[in-house]
Ligand binder design. Structure first.
Ligand code: AMP
Length: 585
């Protein structure tokens, strides 16, 4: 018998959210109390001398701020199967592997039922707000989601990427059904062992159900762009499969083949229709609404390191709204997008005060405070003085600290956010950048965001020639004195040397940080170098991370490749087609 489909009561969800955010400070106190009561017996907290106290003041006085490195030995013991409670009261049964694109290798973080519950809560909350403005009918979602291999740690715990742990949980499917966003692809495609094959099958499923597709989504927007770039290459093959009702031989995994065989029937009319639609398009503009006439919106994380893909996504989407998905990490969720009609560039995330205990390190105050104390900028200390969720100030930037239900206490996430306003008494955050992604040689400091802006500016010059930057990264080359910035670009086609030289100068001029400009003027930093890499280089980088155990769903191109990330640097350097040095200074 079919299970009765549970549909979410969106008005109730919004009502609950309003009540909770009106009392954010108390909800935070209560949340901290619950976390500490549930986990007070864990070795980590026992050693902190809290002695049963659960108030924020004692918590902050006793428990230090930590990074992943500090917690690594504890998490390793959990992964190795320690019997006693180490980080949480209840045993941890699953480990998440974070995407590791910033560090070069995946990190272990604990995952538990509570984290799954907060995942569902955030999904439901943003869906409630989204559905009020962009209601979807009963249909299907074309979701470019992929789960990584599930392995076991030495101690027998399940280990997979956080998205894998979520996608494989039976609650996920129920939640998608309740949100009328059921994935059009069979499970075998989502968990398929080869991402290229799964991507092809997702596209095929989308075409089979083309009239029912209500939304196109992925965890991070990168996967959607990658999917439609792939479509441009394989659309004729997809049409052949639909015409004949036979799956291409390039799909080799029996489980995937047999799941697809159940859906694929010869349908020459559909094949003709898709061919006609594709040949009508100019440079694939508006591909998504052309293929999926009932699509209501496109959904996935589109802020931060995903912003560079928006231009291409808009090209495929034409006038279909782009809505950024929520803000979180393998370590825990932070905020929901409750203003879905804002364009991704203006998206903010309202913090849910009951999904964790949050603190914020003010970036400006720490710098200024110390400057005053010492009267000397070179004595800047980064000794952080965090503030609580409701104490943050509009217009200021902060680093996020999480205390979660999954065994992380005062954990520095490394993300920089800016407070744009408040929803009731909870802050609405704009994601700014990762804190540790920094181009720096001497007194210059350029973040991931600065790099993105410089690339956007210089890319305008090749846009005039109908070319685009497919992807980019950076590095500092200090092998000769003075060191210089290196920017790697993959471009969609040929561009003249003259224009690329101009792009290189434009990049150099677009880093407006005072430390950079003054160092360039006195030649303490050498001319910026633009290295154009062969087409497909960034795909090699993606494949490299997949081999390390990352998953496409969580992939973020590393925008800065540090000296310890040898292998990625090697891929980039081995694929340089041309290079240019700036003459801007
Ligand atoms: P991972 O744990 O590998 O999934 O990566 C989590 C990181 O992705 C976060 O710490 C952020 O740096 C980034 N991230 C997650 N959600 C967003 C978002 N909505 N906007 C921008 N960046 C995000």
């Amino acid at each position: 018998m079919l299970e009765k489909m549970e549909i979410l009561d969106v008005e109730k969800l919004i009502g609950d959210f309003e009540v909770m955010t009106k009392d954010a400070e108390n909800v935070q106190r209560e949340t901290l109390k619950m976390i500490l009561e549930e986990n007070g017996c864990a070795e980590y907290l026992q050693n902190m001398g809290l002695n049963g106290r659960t108030d924020p003041e004692s918590f902050k006085a006793c428990v230090p701020l930590v990074t992943h490195k500090d917690l690594e030995p504890y998490i390793q013991r959990v992964a190795d199967g320690a019997f006693s409670p180490i980080l949480t009261g209840k045993p941890i049964t699953t480990i998440s592997l974070s995407s590791g694109t910033t560090q070069g290798k995946p990190k272990f973080v604990p995952f538990n039922n509570e984290l799954m519950e907060t995942t569902l809560q955030i999904y439901h909350t943003s869906f409630a707000f989204r559905n009020r403005e962009f209601p979807i009918e009963n249909g299907k979602a074309l979701q470019f989601i992929y789960s990584s291999k599930h392995s076991k740690t030495k101690g027998g715990l399940f280990a997979g990427t956080a998205t894998t742990n979520v996608f494989r949980n039976p609650q996920f499917k129920k939640a998608m059904t309740a949100m009328q966003s059921e994935c059009c692809s069979p499970d075998e495609v989502i968990v398929g062992p080869d991402f290229h094959q799964s991507l092809y099958c997702h596209l095929l499923c989308g075409l089979i159900f083309h009239e029912e597709i209500q939304l196109v989504s992925s965890t991070f927007a990168h996967s959607i762009v990658l999917a439609f770039r792939t479509f441009e290459q394989v659309w004729e093959e997809l049409c052949d499969d639909i015409r004949e009702g036979v799956l291409t031989s390039r799909i080799t995994f029996p489980s995937v083949r047999s799941a697809m065989a159940k859906l694929l029937k010869p349908n020459p009319e559909l094949a003709d229709l898709i061919e006609k639609k594709c040949s009508r398009l100019s440079n694939w503009y508006g591909l998504i609404p052309e293929l999926f006439p009932n699509v209501k919106y496109i959904y996935g994380i589109m802020t931060g390191s995903m912003e560079p893909y928006l231009k291409k996504l808009r090209h495929y989407a034409a006038d279909v709204p782009l809505i950024s998905a929520d803000y979180g990490s393998s370590e825990g969720w932070i905020g929901a997008n409750i203003n879905p009609s804002l364009p991704p560039e203006s998206t903010t995330y309202a913090v849910l005060p009951n999904i964790g205990y949050f603190e914020f390190i003010p970036l400006k105050e720490n710098v200024e405070g110390h400057m005053q104390e010492n009267g000397n900028v070179s004595f800047l200390s980064t000794e952080p003085k965090p503030v609580g969720l409701t104490e943050v100030k509009v217009g200021e930037e902060y680093e996020v600290i999480i205390t979660s239900f999954a065994g992380l206490y005062r954990y520095r996430l490394g993300d920089v956010v800016k407070v744009m306003g408040f929803h009731n008494s909870t802050p609405e955050l704009k994601f700014v950048c990762r804190r540790n992604l920094m181009l720096t040689i001497n007194i210059d400091k350029n973040t991931e965001k600065d790099l993105q802006l410089a690339v956007e500016e210089a890319a305008k010059l090749i846009a005039e020639e109908k070319r685009e930057v497919i992807d980019f990264s950076s590095n500092v080359d200090v092998s000769a004195d003075p060191g210089h910035y290196v920017i790697f670009w993959e471009i969609s086609g040929e561009v003249s040397d003259e224009v690329l030289k101009e792009c290189c100068n434009c990049l150099d001029r677009s880093f407006v940080d005072a430390g950079y400009v003054s160092s360039r003027k006195v030649k303490a930093i050498g001319p910026l170098e633009l290295r154009v890499v062969w087409k497909g280089t960034f795909h090699k980088i993606l494949d490299h991370y997949l081999r390390l155990g990352a998953v496409v769903s969580q992939f973020k191109t590393p925008r800065y490749v540090g000296p310890t990330n040898n292998e990625v640097l090697q891929i980039l350097c081995d694929n340089v087609a041309k290079n240019y040095f700036s003459t801007a200074f």
